[in-house]
Design a protein around this ligand. Structure first.
Ligand SMILES: NC(=O)c1ccc[n+]([C@@H]2O[C@H](COP(=O)([O-])OP(=O)(O)OC[C@H]3O[C@@H](n4cnc5c(N)ncnc54)[C@H](OP(=O)(O)O)[C@@H]3O)[C@@H](O)[C@H]2O)c1
Length: 262
């Protein structure tokens, strides 16, 4: 069987690799023998990860300490990547917010929409340009279990995640003729720094980043979309079987329980 590296090429680029799911992707793709471009703002964390992984595996790691909300982020990434061809793109960086829409800061919502939706779209436009002529590639988008129904008290975040789900599923169809695998990865509550940033909790059955990345790498190339974990699968499927009004009401009740009010 072909290894992931044989299938997609030598280089993978992961956004949001300084913690959580992105860091786990970096660890797993290093084991698979990929050279990595690891992107996040916290340079020291990226440097530590590079040092650790390069010492263990025979790979090269480039650090991109780039704020993806800055004006020149694409140009900065292009300069760091140079002539290297990115065969696997993991659009992972993102953040959430849990709380009432009317209490939320408009600028924070604007940044969330930019980081969670616009950045993955722009990066995909850029890196797919070399995947198409190479007739191979892989692209993973981080959607979420909240992409399956509107989710009150994390309303804007859920809307950003349905954007990722629709973008990736549409691209799965459009790009398969170029031998490019696209996956919408839908985790539920997973133990990372996400909860602290979003003022949220993981919910009753938290998953680990290892489980999430396992799920993703097993599904990539086999299906357009995957939900991580049985509990999350049940949530995702059941919301599709009931009227939208009921789905959003139940999601709202559950979501309110996850909202840390203190
Ligand atoms: N954890 C969950 O329960 C869960 C569930 C479903 C989906 N997800 C999705 O999974 C993805 C990863 O989240 P996570 O749970 O791993 O959270 P996390 O531990 O908070 O990681 C978020 C990553 O994004 C990076 N990032 C944030 N703002 C950035 C910016 N402006 N520029 C560059 N990088 C930035 C962070 O690095 P720096 O701070 O160093 O920049 C960090 O590496 C997100 O898209 C999230 O929506 C998470």
């Amino acid at each position: 069987m072909k290894s992931l590296r044989d299938k997609y090429g030598n280089w993978a680029l992961i956004t949001g690799a300084s913690s959580g799911i992105g860091e786990e992707f970096a660890r797993r793709l290093a084991v698979e023998g990929f050279n990595l471009v690891i992107v996040a703002r916290r340079k020291e964390r990226l440097e530590n990860l590079k040092q650790e992984l390069e010492a263990k595996y025979n790979i090269e790691i480039l650090i991109a300490a780039v704020d993806l909300l800055s004006e020149n982020y694409l140009q900065e990434l292009i300069e760091i990547v140079g002539e290297r061809e990115i065969g696997l793109l993991v659009n992972n960086a993102g953040f959430g917010y849990r709380g009432r829409f009317i209490d939320a800061d408009a600028e924070n919502d604007e940044n969330m929409i930019k980081l969670n939706c616009i950045v993955p779209t722009v990066l995909t436009h850029h890196f797919v340009k070399t995947m198409v002529p190479n007739n191979k590639g892989g692209i993973i988008f981080l959607a979420s279990v909240v992409a399956f129904q509107a989710t009150p008290t994390t309303t804007t975040y859920a809307a950003t995640k349905v954007f990722n789900a629709f973008l990736s599923e549409g691209l799965w169809y459009e790009l398969k003729k170029y031998n490019i695998d696209v996956l919408s990865l839908n985790p539920g509550g997973t133990k990372t720094e996400f909860q602290k940033v979003a003022n949220s909790t993981t919910g009753p059955i938290p998953r680990t980043t290892k489980q999430v990345v396992d799920t993703a790498l097993k599904a990539l190339g086999k299906k357009p979309s995957v939900v991580d974990g049985l509990y999350n699968k049940v949530l995702a499927v059941s919301s599709r079987l009931v009227p939208r009004r009921l789905a959003v009401t139940v999601a709202g009740k559950i979501s309110e329980m996850f909202y840390k009010k203190d």
